[in-house]
Structures are given as structure tokens and as C-alpha cells.
Design a protein around this ligand. Structure first.
Ligand SMILES: Nc1ncnc2c1ncn2[C@@H]1O[C@H](COP(=O)(O)OP(=O)(O)O)[C@@H](O)[C@H]1O
Ligand SMILES: [Mg+2]
Length: 374
């Protein structure tokens, strides 16, 4: 029987780095993972090649894989020292001709864009509750609102009117709410003006906005993108080196057609879609807890995920509490942890972590793309 990739990762999660007190998958130390039949091979990247951990990790990997996955598994482990990351700085051509360098991603491990083709499908709602779920699961999380047309994260997180401060090094300090670091382009850009912006202006604003932020350590940065797949969205996904994208859709045909465009946009810039989320999947009346009404059609996003060969992360029902949470700045994940939607967000966060871990272990990081405007 072929070995499941998830089972291999789950086994390796049992190995903890003693100094960091986190497992080697979470620390992103496993690279070049390949699994063929019953042969697993990968490299563990260590900071100190002569340290005690480096000397033990190979044997530890072999042991957990034999114990947790299969005794007959062939395990080929290389131990290598940390590579110097390529292109550490974000280089983006400037419309004025002058090239600038910004490294806005200091200490930021995974950047996940939440996108949708169509507006109003619940992209911001998913971004907020996904961030909350990841944070609850123990990850360091940042939430960034890049929706210059309709920045809604500050309201959904009850941070309207707050402004980030600037520290002694003239870097912006993200706001913090419910343990999540938070920034919104809405702090910098007037949505009424942004409507007429073209790519180069957006690039400039995004770069300025994200370029000089004191993020500290962040394991998951969730970026809420503006709805659509035009010039502006393309610019943002090229300006920020993304680990992956999550596409949100309702089961409705119109939304699905736009979700398809979203996938195509990410394909164009070589950003993997690490999952699709079906929002507003069904409605269960409170007095009929066993019924599911498929108001917008049934399992459309799930089918589309299968067709496009992207992982399906889960479905979120329509619940009044979700909308209420958004309007009141009390995300449903926190306000009603036992609700069906909160549970759904928890599952979706779990699935997302699995997909991101697989991506990081199997593939090279997304290359930062150089954008040059004539
Ligand atoms: N699963 C859901 N159940 C009920 N209301 C929802 C759900 N998802 C989103 N909404 C509501 O739908 C509206 C649009 O959601 P929003 O997240 O702002 O969409 P987008 O960011 O895609 O434009 C908001 O009022 C939000 O509270
Ligand atoms: Mg939104």
C-alpha cells in the first residue's frame, strides 16, 4: 500500500527540537520530501551541523517513521546545515525607475492569501476566523487586510479607528487583538481614492505598508485580498512572496466561475492554491437541527476543488452568529466556539496547516517575482 504523505508528516511531528520546543515540521526543518511506494527520503535542515540535535535527528526520524508508519519503510534521511535563503529581500521595480528593496517578512514564516473571485462570498469572514482558529491552536498569527476597496478587518476585529504606532526604529508596530497581530491597508489608504488605482500605485502602497513593519515572529500571516482577479489583485500577490493561497467560494455557479479565475491567477504567478473553502454551504434552521438546506446549491466548491485538483479544506454553514460576529467585532470562532461554523473553522485551520506543511516539506519556496513597469 502506498504511504500517505500526511502519515509521514504526522510521524515526524513527534520529533521536537529541544531548544525551540517545537516539532521539526512546524519549524520547517524538513525539506525535499519525496515519497515513492514505501521509500521516503528527505533532508533535515539544522542550524548547527555539529550540534547534539544534528547527530540524533537522523536516527530519531528513522525510528518514528518505522514505529508510526511502517516497519518496512525505506527511510533515507540527509542532515544538512541551514541554506542561505535566495533573494531574501523583496525587489520590486518602481514606476519612477528607482529600485527599492524591502524586507517586510522578517520572521514571518508562512504567508497565506485568502482570495475569492467574487465579493461578498465571505472572504474576510474566513480570513478572520481562520486566523483566530490558528491562534487558538497555538500558532503565532498575523492578519493583514489588503482589501483597499473595502477594508473590513478592523471592524470585524473590533479595532475600528485604532492606528498602529511607529517604534524607535521608525517601523510600524502592528496592533494586537485576541492575540493576533493586525494591520489594515485601510489605515493608510482612503478606499474612495483606491477605486481608481492601477497596479503601480498599489505596488507602491503595499510595499510601503508592509515594508517597514516590526512583525516579530509570525508563523502564519493571513492576508485578506480585495475581491476579484484583476490587475490590483495580481499586483498584490506578486508584491508579497506567498506560501500559498486559499480560495473562498459559495456553492453558487457565479461564485464558482470567479473562483476558477482565482485559481488561474495564482497559477500564473506560481503560487500554489493550498485549499478551497466552501462558505455558506448550507443552512440548518435552529428548530430543525437535523436538516440542511442548500440555499446556494450543493457542494459546488467541493466539486470545483476536485476538478482543479486543489485540496478541499472544508465547508462553513450559513449561521446568523457568523454575520453577527462580523458586525459586532466578535468573531464567531471566539464568541460561539461550539457553533457549527466555529467547528468548521477549526477543521479548516487543521487542514490548512497540513497542506502548508506538505507544501513546505515537498516544494521549494515561492520565488519572489520581479515586477517591472515600463
Ligand atoms: N457563513 C456565513 N454565515 C452567515 N453570514 C455570513 C457567512 N459568511 C459571511 N457572512 C456575512 O456575509 C457578508 C459578507 O461577508 P464578507 O466576509 O464581508 O465577504 P467578502 O470579504 O468576501 O466581501 C458579511 O455580512 C458576513 O458577516
Ligand atoms: Mg471583505
Amino acid at each position: 500500500m502506498p504511504v500517505a504523505r500526511e502519515a509521514v508528516l504526522d510521524a515526524l511531528r513527534k520529533i521536537t527540537h529541544p531548544e525551540e520546543d517545537k516539532d521539526i515540521i512546524r519549524l520547517d526543518m524538513v525539506k525535499d520530501l519525496t515519497i515513492e511506494d514505501d521509500q521516503v527520503s528527505f533532508t533535515v535542515i539544522v542550524k548547527q551541523p555539529d550540534g547534539p540535535f544534528a547527530n540524533q535527528v537522523e536516527e530519531a526520524c528513522r525510528r518514528v517513521l518505522h514505529e508510526e508508519v511502517s516497519r518496512s519503510l525505506g527511510v533515507d534521511v540527509q542532515v544538512d546545515s541551514e541554506m542561505i535563503p535566495l533573494g531574501d529581500d523583496l525587489t520590486v521595480g518602481d514606476p519612477g525607475g528607482e529600485k527599492q528593496q524591502t524586507s517586510g517578512e522578517d520572521g514571518v514564516k508562512n504567508t497565506i492569501a485568502v482570495a475569492s473571485g467574487k465579493g461578498g462570498v465571505g472572504k474576510s469572514t474566513v480570513a478572520v476566523n481562520l486566523a483566530m482558529a490558528l491562534s487558538e491552536q497555538g500558532y503565532e498569527v498575523a492578519l493583514v487586510d489588503t482589501d483597499i476597496y473595502g477594508p473590513s478587518i478592523p471592524k470585524m476585529m473590533d479595532m475600528e479607528g485604532e492606528k498602529p504606532r511607529v517604534n524607535d526604529e521608525r517601523k510600524m508596530v502592528p496592533l494586537e487583538q485576541h492575540g493576533i497581530k493586525l494591520l489594515s491597508m485601510g489605515f493608510m489608504v482612503d478606499p474612495d481614492q483606491a477605486v481608481v488605482w492601477r497596479g503601480p500605485m498599489v505596488t507602491k502602497a503595499v510595499r510601503q505598508f508592509l515594508g517597514d513593519v516590526d512583525w516579530g515572529d509570525v508563523e502564519y500571516m493571513i492576508l485578506d485580498l480585495p475581491p476579484g482577479t484583476g490587475d490590483v489583485q495580481l499586483t498584490i500577490v506578486q508584491t508579497i512572496p506567498l506560501t500559498g493561497a486559499v480560495v473562498v467560494s459559495t456553492p453558487q455557479d457565479l461564485a464558482l466561475a470567479d473562483a476558477r479565475k482565482g485559481k488561474a491567477m495564482f497559477d500564473n504567478v506560481n503560487v500554489p492554491v493550498v485549499g478551497m473553502v466552501e462558505n455558506m454551504a448550507y443552512f440548518t434552521p435552529p428548530d430543525q437541527p437535523d436538516r440542511k438546506y442548500y440555499l446556494f446549491g450543493r457542494e459546488g466548491a467541493q466539486d470545483l476543488a476536485r476538478e482543479l485538483d486543489v485540496p478541499f479544506l472544508g465547508e462553513v454553514p450559513i449561521e446568523e452568529k457568523v454575520r453577527e460576529g462580523g458586525d459586532r467585532g466578535t468573531p464567531v470562532f471566539q464568541a460561539h466556539p461550539d457553533s457549527a461554523s466555529a467547528q468548521a473553522f477549526d477543521d479548516i485551520a487543521n487542514q490548512l496547516v497540513k497542506q502548508v506543511d506538505l507544501r513546505n516539506a515537498e516544494d521549494d519556496p515561492t520565488q519572489k517575482i520581479e515586477i517591472l513597469y515600463e
